[in-house]
Design a protein around this ligand. Structure first.
Ligand SMILES: CC(C)(COP(=O)(O)OP(=O)(O)OC[C@H]1O[C@@H](n2cnc3c(N)ncnc32)[C@H](O)[C@@H]1OP(=O)(O)O)[C@@H](O)C(=O)NCCC(=O)NCCS
Length: 131
């Protein structure tokens, strides 16, 4: 994914603005808040693909590149990295923009894996689009 200059034609899966309650002890946005937003964004794609509920089973290749600040507009872009038998791995990039600036910068990226589950929380096979 190359989003050197993301614009409003590149629809994010999720876009939100962190609030003062989302800060860490330094006053920057807490990494756990970013992780939870990424998890939510990835789950939207995973549920859409699995057509059933999902549970997050793993996170890999997680990097925090730049700090995020209160009031930034943060956008989460997702793409499917891999579909296994019951799992779906979603690659997620987060981009932050100071609301008074035109320029966005990539702040985090990672791969989140979700497992398709049934009503008893047991893994179920993901229907493959390619048959
Ligand atoms: C998700 C859960 C139901 C899977 O059950 P399980 O018995 O581990 O299932 P399996 O061992 O059959 O693994 C299921 C799939 O997950 C994959 N998987 C398991 N652990 C993984 C990990 N740490 N990272 C990536 N993939 C993983 C397996 O490779 C398998 O993929 P595949 O079917 O596409 O080949 C169970 O682990 C669970 O309930 N975990 C807690 C989920 C949770 O509470 N998440 C946080 C809140 S959403």
């Amino acid at each position: 994914m190359n989003r050197e200059n993301p614009d409003y034609d590149n629809s994010p899966t999720l876009r939100t603005i962190p609030m003062p309650s989302d800060t860490n002890a330094n006053g920057d946005i807490f990494g756990g808040w970013m992780l939870s937003q990424m998890d939510l964004a990835g789950s939207i794609i995973a549920v859409k693909t699995a057509k059933t509920r999902v549970a997050t089973v793993g996170i890999e290749a997680m990097s925090f590149h730049k700090p995020v600040f209160v009031g930034d507009e943060v956008s989460f872009y997702c793409s499917i990295d891999r579909i296994g038998r019951t799992s779906i791995t979603v690659y997620i990039e987060s981009w932050a923009r100071n609301r008074l600036s035109a320029k966005s910068q990539k702040v985090t990226e990672g791969k989140f894996t979700y497992v398709a589950i049934d009503e008893n929380r047991k893994p179920v096979a993901v229907e493959r689009q390619d048959g």
